[in-house]
Write a protein that binds this ligand. Sequence first.
Ligand code: 3PG
Ligand code: CO
Length: 555
Amino acid sequence: GFSWKLEDHPKLEKGKVIALIVLDGWGEANPDQYNCIHVAETPVMDSLKTGAPDRWRLVRAHGKAVGLPTEDDMGNSEVGHNALGAGRIYAQGAKLVDLALASGKIYDGEGFNYIKESFETGTLHLIGLLSDGGVHSRLDQLQLLMKGASERGAKRIRVHILTDGRDVLDGSSVGFVETLENDLSKLRETGVDAQIASGGGRMYVTMDRYENDWSVVKRGWDAQVLGEAPYKFKSALDAVKTLRQDPKANDQYLPPFVIVGEDGKAVGPIVDGDAVVTVNFRADRMTMLAKALEYENFDKFDRVRFPKIRYAGMLEYDGELKLPKRYLVSPPEIERTSGEYLTHNGVRTFACSETVKFGHVTFFWNGNRSGYFNAEMEEYVEIPSDSGITFNEQPKMKALEIAEKARDAILSRKFHQVRVNLPNSDMVGHTGDIKATVVACKAADEAVKMILDAIEQVGGIYVVTADHGNAEDMVKRNKKGGPLLDKDGNIQILTSHTLQPVPIAIGGPGLAPGVRFRKDVPEGGLANVAATVMNLHGFLAPSDYETTLIEVADN
Ligand code: 3PG
Ligand code: CO
C-alpha cells in the first residue's frame, strides 16, 4: 500500500540545515544594458555562477516544462512554485481551460449548468483580465466562452474588464478593447445584448492578492456590482484611451470606470438573479473577489448591496476553502508534494516571504493548499508588504527583513529546511522601471548573502534558484536580439516575465564533497528541483517524481 515513508539516500546524510532560496523573476540572459541582473552589483549570485562549475546550472522555467500549453508561454510564479514544490509537471489552468473549451466539456459541467439557469431572466457577467498574457487569463478563452454561452441561451452579457500591461506590453489594452468591442458587436448582430460594463487597471482595481489591500477589491466591487466609479464613459475604448492620457496612468493602474447609457445610468451593475463568472484561471488574484461575491458574512469592506447571484469561477481557486463553490473547470490535482512528504519524514520546515509573495512560497509551493500539513513541524512567517505603492518606489522591499527571519530560523537550528521567496527582481521588474530594478536585484543579492552566511555558520547547505525570468530582460526584442523600437523610435519596455531559463546553485559546508550536477539531465526544469532537495535532506524522491539533478561522485 501507499506509504509516506521515503527511502534513505544511500550516500547523503540526514539532518542538515538547508536554505532554499527562490529569487522571484531572476532569469539568465545575455548581458546587456537591459539585463538588470547583469547591470546590478550582484557579487554573491556571480560567485555562485563562477565558483563551482558543477554546482551551478540552468533549468527550464517556461512552457511545457511547467505544464503550460506551448513553448511560447512564459513562466510565472504559480506554475513555477507548483513545479518546484510538487516535483512533477501538471497540466496547468491555462491548458485545462483550453482542453475543456476545445472539447466542449466546459458546457456539460456542473458549474456551467448552474450559471445557465440565470440566462433566461438574468444577465451573464464576465469579470477578468483582458489580455493574452496566459498567466491569469487569455482573451481567446473569453471569446470562446462568450460565444459558447450565447449559443446556449445567454441573452444579455456584460463584460467587466481589467486592463493588463503587466503580463503584456503597456498600452496593449487599447488593442484588446478594440478586439473585444468587435466581438461584442458581432454578438449584438445575432440578437444578444452584449456590452462592456466597467473596467480598471488590474493593480488598482480588483486583482489584489493575499489580502494585501482590500481597497483594490472594493474599487472593483463598486464599479462591477454597484455600477459606481469616479469615471463614466459611453464607450470602453474611449475610457481606456482617455484615462491613459494622464502621464501617470498606465494599463496596470487605470482608475475604475463604468460604462453608461444615453440615460447616464451604468449599463451593467450586478443585480439579483444574474450569473457571474470570474474568467481568470489563476487563483491568487481572484480569491479576494471570489470571497466578496460568495460569502454571506463578509467584513472586509462595505458591499452596500450583496446581490443574490449564481457565481462560478473559471477554476476552483482554493481547494481547502472550497472557493468558489461552483467553477467551470477543475484545477490540477496536485498531490503528494515534497512539503507533505518531508513533514512525514521528520523534516522541519520554516517558510517566509512578504505578503505579495507569501502565498507563492506556501500555497503554490504546497500544490495550491493553504495552511500547514503539520503545524508542529512547520512555521510560516509573513512579513507585511507595503501597500498602496508601486514597488519601484521601494525597490528594496522587505528583502532584508525576509533574510533576517531566515537567518534567525537557520541559527535557531530548529528547522531542517528554511525556504524563502525574495520578490524584488519580479515585483520591481513588473513596473518597467529599469533603474529601480537594478536596485532591486542588488537588494536581493544582499539578502542571499545574509542567508548564505548563516548557512556557513551552522555547517548547512544552500540551494538558490528562481521561479521564472523577469529582471534579466526589460525590453521587447527584435529577431536579432536588439531592442525593438515602436513607431516613434522608442524602446518598448518589457514589464512581463520572460521565456528565459533560471539558475540553480548548490553549496555550503554541509554539502558532501562529491555532490555535483549530473550531466545527463540537460533539459532539466523546475520540477526536477524537488527530488534534488529531497536528496540533500538525505532521502530518495518517490519514483514518480521528476529525476534529481544531482549525483554523488566517489572521491
Ligand atoms: C502578477 O500576478 O503579478 C503577474 O501577472 C505575474 O507575476 P508572478 O507570477 O511573478 O506572481
Ligand atoms: Co511576476
